[in-house]
Design a protein around this ligand. Structure first.
Ligand SMILES: *Cc1c(COP(=O)(O)O)cnc(C)c1O
Length: 409
């Protein structure tokens, strides 16, 4: 069959496996356990020699259908879903790393991921946080004990872009596992596989789900990494083909043993959302460009951080690797406008901490999501006290622009 486009393949993927009652959506499977007529069949499922389900913590058919969609979106070979993006990240690190290992990570990370890596540092792993917008900083941090390199595509809230392709080349040359969190770009704007990532993490909660009505996370194996070069695969998972070693360990240790399982109902919501990812994302990116243009020309705005602006330090990275410039931006107001009063004047944009929702969401960064780290660390990270983050939604452009115009005064 002809290779289908992104949306066609997602939209029809439930019909490419066993269709139950002709249903166009994969049905919601709520059973915790699965019964068998023959004991040998259950044993075969346990032993991995036969496909099937045993206990819901390790997956269910509805989540499986979503995993198939995410695999298709990322061009990978297999995906494991988790209850949240953080569950996916926590499981990936804990399933794949051992005491004494070293990780090189971007210093511009989602705040909770940064905190998670600090927890790992307390468990006798060492983490080097580097400015990953330049591959030389990543290369300089590699040691004998480095097991993986971890970056995000576009960082939140300042929108720095990692040196994605060159870090990929470096990891390939060193036989190093390259893990990319693709949440901010989503597989519609960017496939980390194209720059050599071995594993791709997505918070499904954000753009893939899109409607802000379900939490979920995923880890996709792109098939590029040679797991025989990874010393941390447990002996009992090495009997399978090496391409499956990573996902097997992730599913067994990361999902079965740690239990951050995605509920079938949430998998269903996320699957429905995924059908329109490309459509929503195009609209969100177009709205973000229009808003960035308004803000950067406005006398009451000091600076705008958006990869679509030619003044953005990694604008050329975004042009080279991403289909579009993303739907998240941040900006600083000039002194004469109080950021709290400004936010209170917005009537369409919602004051809220999520991102990737269909609705435009705004938040004063220093006073909320970056409050816990303190003023000194914020200054190091270039987070101004007046910085406002905007996750741009799918509203009609004129309404959105009008709302920001009136609030700016
Ligand atoms: C939100 C987010 C996560 C965590 O996802 P949850 O589903 O909220 O747990 C991880 N990485 C990035 C880049 C995110 O934006």
């Amino acid at each position: 069959m002809k290779v289908q486009g992104f949306t066609t393949s997602i939209l029809h993927s439930d019909r490419s496996s066993t269709i139950e009652h002709g249903a166009l959506h994969k049905p919601l499977h709520v059973s915790v356990a699965y019964g068998y007529h023959h004991t040998r069949d259950l044993a075969a499922v346990f032993q991995g020699s036969s496909q099937g389900y045993a206990y819901g913590r390790q997956g269910n058919p509805t989540t499986d259908a979503l995993e198939t969609k995410v695999t298709a979106m990322e061009g990978g070979i297999a995906t494991v879903c988790f209850s949240t993006g953080m569950a996916a990240l926590g499981a990936a690190f804990l399933a794949l790393l051992r005491s004494g290992d070293h990780v090189v990570a971007s210093q511009f990370l989602f705040g909770n991921t940064n905190s998670l890596l600090n927890t790992l540092a307390d468990l006798n792993l060492s983490i080097s946080f580097v400015d990953a917008t330049d591959v030389r900083n990543v290369e300089g941090a590699l040691t004998e004990r480095t097991r993986l390199v971890f970056v995000e595509t576009i960082a939140n809230p300042r929108t720095q872009i990692a040196d994605l392709a060159r870090i990929g080349e470096l990891c390939r040359a060193r036989g190093m596992l390259y893990v990319v969190d693709n949440t901010m770009t989503s597989p519609w704007l960017f496939k980390p596989k194209e720059v050599g990532a071995g594993l791709v993490v997505n918070s499904l909660t954000k753009y893939i789900g899109g409607h802000g009505n379900a939490l979920g996370g995923s880890v996709t194996d792109t098939g590029l990494f040679d797991w025989t070069r990874f010393p941390n695969i447990a002996q009992n998972y090495r009997s399978r083909p090496p391409a499956l070693w990573g996902v097997t360990q992730l599913r067994k240790k990361g999902l079965r043993d740690m239990g951050g399982t995605l509920a079938a109902s949430e998998a269903h919501h996320l699957s429905v959302g995924a059908e329109t990812l490309a459509l929503r994302m195009e609209r969100q990116c177009a709205n973000a460009r229009a808003l960035a243009a308004l803000l950067s020309a406005h006398p009451h705005v000091k600076v705008v951080h958006y990869p679509g602006l030619p003044t953005h330090p990694q604008h050329e990275f975004a042009r080279a690797w991403f289909r579009n410039f993303g739907a998240l931006l941040s900006f600083e107001l000039s002194e004469e406008i109080n950021p709290f009063d400004f936010l209170d004047r917005l009537s369409i944009a919602v004051i809220s901490s999520n991102l990737g929702d269909n609705r435009t969401l705004v938040i004063p960064v220093a006073h909320t999501i970056f409050w816990e780290m303190g003023a000194e660390r914020r200054a190091e990270m270039g987070i101004a006290e007046s910085l406002i983050r905007v996750s741009v939604g799918i509203e009609d452009e004129a309404d959105l622009i009008g709302d920001f115009k009136q609030a700016l005064g």
